[in-house]
Ligand binder design. Sequence first.
Ligand SMILES: [Zn+2]
Length: 96
Amino acid sequence: MKLEATCDTCGRLFLLQQTLPEPAGTGGRCPFCGTRFGRHYVQVLPEVIREADESGQAFSKSLETLGGMGPGFSLNIDVILQSLAQDFAGTDQQSA
Ligand SMILES: [Zn+2]
């Protein structure tokens, strides 16, 4: 799954997977400006990114399976994604 983020330092877009440990990724640094992300979370970042990636793939696969069953209804993907975004925004506010 494409997990895109924006670097707070240089403002460039990158994929979270690009920051995985070396040699697969940058080892927790911005692929463009080299800023080190989440200094205090270096140990857990790769695992959390992997979890988000796998959960996202499982979510997509479930929706695909549902859609492929020909259940007699069509999934309203826009509303599902909006709901997900609202859940995320709620989580973000709670942690702030
Ligand atoms: Zn950067």
